[in-house]
Design a protein. Sequence first.
Length: 119
Amino acid sequence: MVTLRTNNMESIVEVNVDGKITERDIEQFKEYFKLKKSADGKLNLLLVINDIQGYSIQGLLDDLKFEANHWKDINKVGILSDKKWLEIATKISSYLPKIDAKHFNHNQREQAMEWLSTK
């Protein structure tokens, strides 16, 4: 299940993942992304992952980017999780072009928000 959480930061979309991600979850994300995106700026994603079933981090990012022409609208992806495999996958994905990704443990929420808030 994916829950979209509002916050007071205009440029940050927060996505909470707990369990299996459905097509409906992805559609809701797309709609929320389009509403949240400002005309003149890029968005940052905070992925708060408690539990994820049947997904790799790359699969999740592929679904969340949803269309190649929207990927240019995403600046950074912060991943908040205590899962070691997600930490490793985030390090690997940070070497890919156009993806600025960083892993944080659940107790580092403030640091993640600060990192996402800086250019």
